[in-house]
Design a protein around this ligand. Structure first.
Ligand code: DOR
Length: 667
């Protein structure tokens, strides 16, 4: 598919510019201030920032071996949601990828389930036990480098041997630096906070001592060497000096080390990771290291664990926190906005340098580059809510913190792998204006946060006097900050809504999907709708017209007084057929009679269940997609648990989009 990303600001690597970007077959084909629209689907970026996809050089995806914590699928979904188009998982798995046979298990899961690019590490030593060297040569063609992450390699000789072999294979050693003899059972940084609160501490020396040793070995062997998650000021200084000497050394730190310090700790598992969050002085030294280029990458060390493993406070919880879904919003809000670090530096450390170190393609928005792209929204205030994470892990020290930016879309090899616009959000909206369409049907316009509404046919669920309406209402039109709905006053709730005075505020759930697959449409597609199912079809018709394939629209109503949207569909360029049951408009009878007379091979339907069922039974329809307006009358907006019976058992239809393929439905 060819599409055009338009209406956004592009980070060119040198600066920011208003440019359009055309994508075809997974690659960027052209970049210019304005590009030809013909034959290209337009994706409106609404003033957002388009950057190359982020690369995280340090994550834990837990498969094979620990799928209860995370899987390749959930971990890479989380990566996509964080704006990452490539991640590099660590080898503390079961089996540990320490030979080709073990690595193959991980590669098979990646090949099967990864949503973004995944380039794993092989282990340095067998089983990450720090003893015999792993089969580095056999793994080298498939891995980014070698690491025993989770443990330091204690033996100098073993590390020397590993560096010599890695150098021969032209792969970096990616080192978790930790001297076991200095750990002494600590669980957080050995600083004032630990002493004041009576926790055993992990000293800074346990990290920098081993970096110091390794730097000597790098000098000796010439091996490329990357230090994982540095957390102390001494580490920054050691690496700064090594770089000044010209050693082939790079390093990373994590958002939590850059933004938090031990004064922020609480006795909760979500503040526990290894290395620990250090002192304020360490944090400031890391920020300085980021600014002067000593620190090359910001990596999350995304390390999910189960809720039970993280429920045992600072002392008893497993080490590790998730980070893929919060990295950019946190970095932007707590480093860029206060003026501590320029946005370009953050982007460089998430996008450019990781690729340079590990020799990955991309990192520039230019013709010929892979279409690995991320859309950032720098005006998207919200609170970090782990319940919305794609990751199975929920433990983050950032939970509940305010952030002002979000990752809105991620494209990997041209495929849309994350669309924040599909999320469900609770917002408050104020009724701006109302207009009667018929005696009991009103057009209502609201003002508020519409950023979660973005797809044809989405629904909102409105709370009237503290209670969600039994029925969600489909979105007719929206733009930044304004939402239009058509509401029929049927019961007490909808009556109260239609009677409300402009200025009244309502709580709403927005972004309740209705995910018609626009790509399936052909020139013989018919949209069939009735009642409140009509507005979603209008939005869908708009999308199809934009693609240059105006559909036929068959609308069914009870009486002429019910008809709405006929002229709007016509204005789009659709052929519109209307039937009313009482014969007062268009054709007398049911909408099925209209469809029967129409040359069609594919239908999208939205409306009450009896209508859907009748359409479903039409012989000429081979495929088709159906939206269960009627079934959503359960108040699903509140419980999120609405299901529908299908061939594959009960299928949840709310969050995934209440749309089913014809063959999936059991009536
Ligand atoms: O906190 C951590 N968790 N640090 C590590 O080095 C390993 C990681 C994990 O695998 O859970």
């Amino acid at each position: 598919m060819e599409y055009l990303l338009t209406g956004g600001t592009v980070w060119t690597g040198d600066g920011f510019a208003r440019l359009e970007v055309a994508v075809a077959d997974g690659r960027i084909v052209s970049v210019a201030p304005t590009l030809d629209r013909k034959g290209r689907e337009k994706i409106e970026l609404k003033d957002r920032l388009l950057v190359p996809g982020f690369v995280d050089v340090h994550v834990h995806l837990r498969e094979p071996g620990f799928s209860y914590k995370e899987t390749i699928r959930t971990g890479t979904e989380a990566a996509a949601a964080g704006g990452y188009t490539a991640v590099m998982p660590m080898p503390n798995l079961n089996p540990v990828p320490d030979c080709l046979e073990h690595l193959r298990e991980e590669l098979a899961a990646i090949g099967r389930d990864a949503q973004v690019r995944v380039l794993p590490y092989g282990a340095i030593t067998c089983g990450e036990r720090g003893e015999a060297l792993a089969d580095l040569a056999a793994m080298a063609p498939y891995v980014a480098g070698f690491s025993d992450d989770g443990r330091g390699v204690q033996s100098d000789d073993r590390m020397r041997e590993a560096m010599r072999e890695a150098k021969r294979l032209d792969r970096p050693i990616v080192a978790h630096c930790e001297v076991n003899d200095l750990l002494r059972g600590g669980c957080i940084h050995d600083g004032v906070w630990a002493r004041d609160h009576g926790f055993p501490g992990i000293c800074s020396e346990s990290e920098w001592r081993q970096i110091e040793r390794d730097l000597r070995l790098v000098e000796e062997t010439g091996c490329r060497y990357h230090v994982c998650h540095i957390s102390t000021r001494e580490s920054v200084e050691l690496i700064r000096r090594a770089k000044a000497k010209g050693l082939p050394v790079t390093c990373e730190t994590g958002p939590h080390y850059l933004v938090l310090c031990d004064e922020d700790l609480r006795d909760e598992g979500r503040f526990k990771m290894n290395p620990p969050i250090r002192s304020r002085a360490d944090r400031d030294a890391l920020v300085a290291g980021l600014l002067d280029g000593t620190i090359d990458c910001i990596a999350t060390d995304h390390a999910p664990h189960s809720a039970e493993e993280k429920a045992k406070g600072l002392r008893g919880s497993a080490m590790g926190v998730v980070g893929l879904e919060t990295a950019f919003p946190i970095l932007y809000t707590y480093l860029v906005e206060p003026g501590l670090v320029p946005l370009e530096t953050v982007l460089d450390r998430l996008i450019v340098r990781p690729r340079r170190i590990f020799g990955l393609p991309g990192g520039r928005i230019a013709p010929g580059e892979p279409a690995d792209l991320t859309v950032l929204n720098l005006r998207s205030p919200h609170t970090v809510d782990p319940e919305t994470f794609r990751s199975k892990g929920r433990a983050t020290p950032f939970a509940g913190m305010h952030v002002s930016a979000s990752v809105d879309k991620t494209f990997c090899a041209g495929e849309l792998v994350w669309d924040r616009d599909e999320r469900v959000a609770e917002v408050s909206m104020t009724l701006l204006a109302k207009r009667p369409l018929t005696a009991d049907v009103w057009e209502l316009t609201f003002a508020g946060d519409t950023s979660a509404i973005a797809r044809p046919g989405q629904f909102v669920n409105i709370a009237v006097e503290g209670c969600f309406l039994r029925r969600p209402i489909s979105v007719c039109a929206w733009c930044d900050g304004q939402l239009t709905l058509i509401c029929r006053a049927q019961g007490a709730g909808t009556r109260a809504l239609c009677d409300a005075a402009p200025g009244t505020a309502f709580d709403m759930l927005v972004g309740l999907g209705n995910g018609y697959d626009v790509a399936k449409a052909t020139e013989k597609t018919v949209l069939v709708g009735g009642g409140v199912g009509v507005p979603p079809l209008y939005a869908l018709a708009e999308a199809l017209c934009r693609r240059g394939a105006p559909p036929t629209v068959a609308l069914g109503f009870n009486t002429a007084a019910d008809c709405f949207y006929e002229e709007e569909f016509q204005a789009l360029g659709c052929r519109v057929l209307v039937s009313t049951v009482d014969g007062s408009r268009g054709e007398k009878g049911f909408v099925t009679a209209l469809v029967e007379k129409t040359d069609c091979d594919y239908a999208f339907c939205c409306g009450p269940e009896p209508m859907l069922q009748a359409v479903y039974n039409l012989p000429q329809l081979q495929g088709g997609q159906f939206s269960f307006e009627e079934r959503m009358g359960c108040g699903f907006g509140a419980c999120m648990g609405c299901t529908c019976r299908t061939k594959y058992g009960s299928k949840r239809i709310c969050k995934d989009g209440p749309v089913l393929e014809k063959e999936e439905i059991v009536w």
